[in-house]
Design a protein around this ligand. Sequence first.
Ligand code: MEV
Length: 311
Amino acid sequence: MASAPAKTILFGEHAVVYGEPSIACAIDLRTKAKISKSDKIEIKSRDVIKTDVDAILDRENMRNKSELRYILTAIDKTFEKIGKEKNFSLEIDSNIPVGVGLGSSASVVASTICALSNFLKEPLEIKEISELAYEVELEVQGAASRIDTSVVTYGGGILVKGSDVRLIDVNLPLVIGNTGIKGDTGKLVSMVRERRERNPEIIDRIIASIGNITLKALDALKNKDHNKIGELMDINHGLLDSLGVVTRELSELVHLARREGSLGAKMTGAGGGGCIIAYAPGKENNVVKAIREAGYSSFISSISKEGVRLE
Ligand code: MEV
């Protein structure tokens, strides 16, 4: 069995697709992928395939299930990379909320590749899993950066710029607020691309500014400059709003978090719904309470030092 964590993007989502830097950290929710022998390829999952009971699908029926595209592409690409095919039964079990910007798809993909390559007796190295997982996201979404797939494979804190991936020290207790509304990453990335095509001079500058924020945040994180980290989160959120990916519910949660004394708050991930993160040292419980009282779910995340691993 293999497992991989969830993630939050601290700075730089969307801009990272255009080569700007982005910072993310792995958080301690996990997807588990268990593979056993079978006479056909089948997937069992309650979390990924939305049914009341455990769903079992064989490969022919899987192709038209859009939520399975990440898993199927991960299987195809692993077979291709290793040059071997075998029947198996894959059981996915995850406590990561699906489609709300916490990296559920990257986590499913990385844990599936890791488990399957081991089952085929050709275990892939972390770097290979990370690269293959990125290829899967690229194929399924049409456009993707390496931020999600890198952070769930390496774990801890990550700085990504293009194909350059660095491990960094990030240890912020963050409050997550979940609107419960799903966003489609591929569509949101396309929406930003179209807005950029219509307004190139304006949007290019916004994307470059987000990149600058991320670099300044890197210094602020190193220097433990808490106020600066918070302020940069607020500015980053405003620029994401100008890209068109912030919804009313995300704004509501960001403002609630600020009202409760957060040093900064922003949406995280692709947007269009999904989650916010708030940096509220010492006031985390107040922020969680306010978000819950407003009818949304919320929790305090802790960092997962470990990325994808065999269990
Ligand atoms: C999604 O978690 C992050 C985006 O920047 C897309 C990507 O980088 O692939 C919106």
